[in-house]
Every structure is written in structure tokens, then in C-alpha cells.
Design a protein around this ligand. Structure first.
Ligand SMILES: [Zn+2]
Length: 204
């Protein structure tokens, strides 16, 4: 019966109770210091909600991206460029604790090993769900793939919008920051250009 099948699916989110309480207590103080009344209806449960949201947004610390890749390696002769583009990125700038988000494009040229394709977005997420800067995020993804697969080359490009730029300070509302990082074969002009043309016609 369909109904009972639907019931068998349950999304479970687990939070450390002690940590959640401690974070919530701190957020309560922050909200008060910002001049709000933490006891008004709309804010009553906000400290706890923020405490849980922040734990979710930093859960990448509990993941081991290298292990994620190593768990799905396959021996394969294929030596052409493999590209995974338009991977959604949601991260948090470590300078302002505000989100930055956009797209990552990742490529590698295998050297005897390939990795299950779904693992690439997973490691992007594992590194993104931390306090980050876009430059380091780009390098960490590249280095992780290089270490796990020892391929002929790795390329990572991230295009992101930073709320710390858009909502405050200089308010460059439509600016997109692009970072890139390459190893091996992608350090050659021809290969890098091929990758760039595959992932976007906006990039140059
Ligand atoms: Zn920032």
C-alpha cells in the first residue's frame, strides 16, 4: 500500500542537545545585544532554530571528503576529460558569517582510476559546509581529487555571489566572484581552454 511506503520514509536530523542549548543561549544574548526582545512570540524559538541552522551549515567538518572519494574508485582506461558542471555551492564566508553561493565546475583527466560521479558534488558540499573563503574552497576540492585519484590533471572553477558584498559595505549587487585552480594537464593552455569552453560561454 502506497501510504505505508510513504510513511517508511522519514528525514531524520540529529543535533547534539548540549551543543544546541549552548549555541542557543549565545544567540539569545546576541539577539538581545542587537536590541531585540527575545521573548516576543516571533523570536521565542529563534535562538534554538539558529543554533540548529548553524550546525547544519557547518556540518562539513564531520565529513571526510578524501574518504568519500576513496570509497568509490574504479579502475578504468578512459583518459578523456570528465566534466561535472553547475554543481550548486552553498557556503559561508568566514569573515562575516554570511552566505556565499553559486556554481562549481569540476573536471579531471583519469590516469587509471575514475570515481563515481555523484561523489564530486558530495565533496564540494563537504568542503562548502564550513566557514570558508572561496579561494580555499576551490583549492581544497582540487587537492582532494588530486590526492584520491592521482589523475593527469584537475580543474576547479567556482562562480559565486557573496552576501557580505551584496547586503553590506560596497553593495555590488550583481557582482560574481570567479576563482579557479588547476593541476597537471590543465596547466596547459589548450586543455584549460577546452575545459573553460565546456563549462561556460560566459567565462573566458
Ligand atoms: Zn565576507
Amino acid at each position: 500500500m502506497i501510504l505505508s511506503k510513504m510513511k517508511s520514509y522519514e528525514k531524520i536530523e540529529q543535533y547534539d542537545t548540549e551543543l544546541t542549548e549552548s549555541l542557543a543561549e549565545n544567540y539569545k544574548t546576541i539577539i538581545e545585544n542587537l536590541g531585540e526582545d527575545v521573548n516576543r512570540e516571533g523570536l521565542e524559538k529563534t535562538p534554538e532554530r539558529v543554533a540548529k541552522a548553524m550546525q547544519y551549515l557547518t556540518h562539513g567538518y564531520e565529513l571526510n571528503p578524501l574518504e568519500i572519494l576513496k570509497s568509490a574508485l574504479f579502475t578504468e582506461d578512459h583518459q578523456q576529460m570528465i566534466v561535472v558542471k553547475d554543481i550548486e555551492v552553498y557556503s559561508m564566508c568566514e569573515h562575516h558569517m554570511l552566505p556565499f553561493f553559486g556554481k562549481a565546475h569540476v573536471a579531471y583527466i583519469p590516469n587509471g582510476k575514475i570515481v563515481g560521479l555523484s561523489k564530486i558534488p558530495r565533496i564540494v558540499d563537504a568542503f562548502a559546509r564550513r566557514m570558508q573563503v572561496q579561494e580555499r574552497l576551490t583549492d581544497q576540492i582540487k587537492n582532494c581529487i588530486q590526492e584520491a585519484l592521482n589523475p593527469l590533471g584537475v580543474a576547479v572553477v567556482i562562480e559565486a555571489q557573496h552576501m557580505c558584498m551584496q547586503m553590506r559595505g560596497i553593495q555590488k549587487q550583481n557582482s560574481v566572484t570567479t576563482t579557479s585552480s588547476f593541476t597537471g594537464a590543465f596547466e596547459k593552455d589548450k586543455t584549460r581552454k577546452e575545459f573553460i569552453s565546456l563549462v561556460s560561454n560566459k567565462l573566458s
